[in-house]
Ligand binder design. Structure first.
Ligand code: SF4
Length: 506
């Protein structure tokens, strides 16, 4: 029987069907109803492509059988068949079709004993879903060409760059042939189930549940969950998905309906008595009094580069990229802003260490919001400047010692909210700066910025690092600088609001 185009499975549609048959049906028949991929998902997709292309260097000199558009599957299969017929021993993006399923493999390599498959993942860990998709690829390719082995290739985050990038050390090989062979009966059963469902053409009846979130959040949630109306419960932070679903099963739809003992402490803290309120206020007051002038509010924007571009860095290391500060010299003085950004040719740890030491010179208090990443970076910069052989503008011991001294001055502006010294009902389960700012300072926020959250900022970083010079890059730099500057200005406003509240209460 001829297979209708809608009833052709790819690796991603097969995985969708394994997660939920209804999702597969909707994807094939009502594609436009799905939620568009987020900025983060797009960035992960681009990252996967970038790493996949880099992995080609493990087996250089191959022929690329990729096609321009995902729907040109038949062309890709024909190209691959030609490449095999013409005696190519290394094939990139090799495409095969078997029994209604198309599989595209990153690298196919012919060795003296036969064909070996290599599928690249930009991750550093092997996840359960990788084995499922590898088993499908093995099913298709082994049944058309025959395979001696199947291997996953991941990123090795223990690799530290020294000189030029070592492709062999950057990637890690995982032979998983025995595992994918064990899964063949299951793959065959699931493929038959999915193809039959698509050919019958009736929407499967599937209740919502844990499978809507795992292994991936389903992009048809707005369809299936709309009638349930439990968004508030689903968004509670600090509760696992099982606990959230248990609350929904019990009939709760809004946070206000849920008994306090079923919620995490940060969502529903017990209301303090009048005596406790006084005690909490005095703790906040003491903490604020301990912030001596000059005060520097600082924030570092990071980029996680999968492929380490800088000497001494690892895959996925958070690289400091922009340092934003607002400085107040003494009580009543204005907050003066400054910004330092990594430039082409700079080493991030050296440039940022020098900028940080300079911008924080003479400060008695350094305030960051959620300071863990900043504290770690200050330590990393201090270590790096001591061990590097690259030239430094200041003697290494002096710079390292300045960094370590300033590290002791760092305080976390999130502390009053984490400790519960100040309670704002508007915050709900979150005490992020984006929530705290408008709650304490009505009318202030990030909404007027083109980049207004961390995901969008990460996307702009990707553009700056991976796009050629030009307008798009200039725009990304401008948007990111505005975002970084707003972050530290927001901290100034939050600090001022806390000081005002304490003074008013006296
Ligand atoms: S939201 Fe849940 S039930 Fe609905 S299609 Fe997605 S996974 Fe299936």
């Amino acid at each position: 029987m001829a297979i209708a185009p809608k009833a052709i499975l790819s690796k991603s549609s097969y995985l969708r069907g394994v997660q939920c048959l209804k999702s597969l049906y909707l994807y094939k028949n009502h594609y436009n109803l799905r939620e568009a991929p987020s900025v983060l998902q797009k960035a992960l997709f681009d990252r996967g492509h970038q790493v996949g292309r880099l992995a080609h260097q493990l087996f250089p000199g191959g022929i690329d059988c990729s096609v321009e558009h995902g729907w040109q599957q038949k062309e890709a299969v024909a190209k691959t068949a030609d490449a095999i017929r013409n005696g190519h021993k290394v094939i990139y993006e090799a495409a095969f079709m078997y029994s209604g399923v198309v599989a595209i493999l990153d690298m196919l390599v012919l060795k003296p004993d036969g064909w070996h498959a290599f599928e690249v993942k930009s991750s550093v860990h092997l996840s359960a879903v990788f084995f499922k998709d590898a088993a499908l690829q093995y099913y298709v390719i082994n049944n058309t060409l025959g395979l001696r082995s199947f291997n996953l290739v991941t990123v090795d985050n223990t690799y530290k760059r020294k000189g030029i990038l070592s492709i062999e050390k950057f990637f890690k090989l995982h032979p998983i042939t025995a595992d994918v062979r064990r899964r063949q009966a299951e793959v065959k059963r699931r493929v038959a189930e999915q193809l039959t469902m698509l050919q019958v053409g009736v929407l499967p009846s599937v209740e919502v549940g844990k499978h809507c979130f795992q292994p991936y959040p389903c992009d048809f949630m707005s369809q299936c969950w709309a009638t349930i109306g439990a968004e508030e419960i689903l968004q509670v932070s600090g509760l696992g998905i099982e606990a959230k679903l248990a609350l929904i099963d019990k009939g709760y739809r809004h946070l206000s309906e849920v008994p306090a003992n079923l919620l995490p402490h940060n969502v529903s803290p017990p209301q303090p008595t009048a005596g406790e309120t006084l005690k909490l206020r005095s703790k906040l007051q003491d903490w604020l009094k301990g912030l001596a002038y000059p005060i520097v509010f600082f924030d570092i924007e990071f980029i996680q580069l999968v492929v380490p571009q800088y000497e001494g860095t690892h895959p996925y290391e958070s690289i400091p990229f922009i340092l934003s500060t607002h400085r107040i010299e003494h009580e009543g003085a204005p907050a003066v802003s400054a910004l330092s950004m990594l430039q082409p040719g700079d080493h991030p740890y050296i440039t940022m260490a020098v900028a940080f030491a300079d911008l924080c010179k003479g400060a008695q208090t350094l305030l960051a919001y959620d300071a863990a990443a900043e504290l770690k970076t200050i330590s990393t910069m201090a270590e790096y400047v001591q061990e590097t052989s690259l030239p430094l503008p200041v003697p290494a011991p002096e710079l390292a010692s300045t960094l370590l001294q300033t590290r002791h001055l760092v305080k976390d502006l999130r502390q009053p909210f984490v400790q519960g010294w100040i309670k704002l009902p508007e915050l709900g389960a979150s005490n992020s700066l984006k929530k705290v700012l408008p709650a304490l300072c009505p009318g202030e926020g990030f909404a007027d910025l083109e980049v207004s959250d961390g995901f969008a900022a990460a996307r702009q970083c990707e553009i700056i690092f991976h796009q050629p010079d030009g307008l798009e890059k200039e725009e990304a730099i401008r948007k990111l600088q505005a975002y970084a500057e707003r972050d530290t200005w927001a901290m100034v406003l939050v600090w001022k609001a806390l000081v005002d509240r304490v003074q008013l209460a006296q």
